[in-house]
Design a protein around this ligand. Sequence first.
Ligand SMILES: [Zn+2]
Length: 287
Amino acid sequence: MKMKARRCQITLGLLSFFVLLVGSTGALSQNRLNISEVKEGLHVITGPGGNIGVRLTSEGVILIDDKFPQDFQEIRSLVAEVTDLPVRYVINTHHHGDHSGSNAGFLQIAEVITHKNARENMVRGNQDGLPRLIYSDETSVFLGGVEVRVFYMGRGHTNGDSVVYFPDLKTVHGGDLLHGIAPFIDYANGGSSRGWVGTVNNILSLDFDTAIPGHGDIMDRRGVLNFRNQMEAVRQRMMTLIRGGLNAVDAPSRIVDSNLSWTQVEDGLFMQRSILGFFDEISVEIQ
Ligand SMILES: [Zn+2]
């Protein structure tokens, strides 16, 4: 009996070794992405790149964002796990390549829609897969009895961010206007921290209880409120420092505050990529 138990343990050990092996090589080649349900009729595809919203209707699928170029086939396979119907529309929340990278693939089978400023940013950046449809203030896609509303609510992450609203599900997809960690403010493409606060306030004027951020975990209303509050707090801190005589060169170190996670390097792109533009923005604002 003892021997048998021991052998069983070894077999189990070997088995878990192989499961680990298969699991890890699988993670390297395929299965980089995952699909999960947010609410009935709405899924999210997570993994490297921006979170994709997958809105199912009886006449096809509306995707919100499409990650990187190499993800095109895997996105299609994951969508096929939850519906037999094709992708009919893709809405790009903004121009960044981790949100619009598979456009060239999807343009062969679907219409791609984005804000006019986002398309201009794509043209300037020589990006592939330019959307055939643009809008200025607001547009909607009606498909299979479902309405998906798309709003331009002001500057923020860039000058062309779309907020996608699913009124029947009380859910928004905020693109990179909403982030699980400290966000990047793309000043080269019209980003603005001041605009961002107002834009998040506009998002909060919608009737929603669930929000898909561009990166990070699903949020509730409170999470969106916290995001806005931290943006205001970081802006306030920079104003105080500049009024106290802060130089641009010292901004990355002096902005750090133990109460504000965004000001800590490990919390994302804010410190590395946005801080000097942020310094300039606030300097001009308080002149
Ligand atoms: Zn982005």
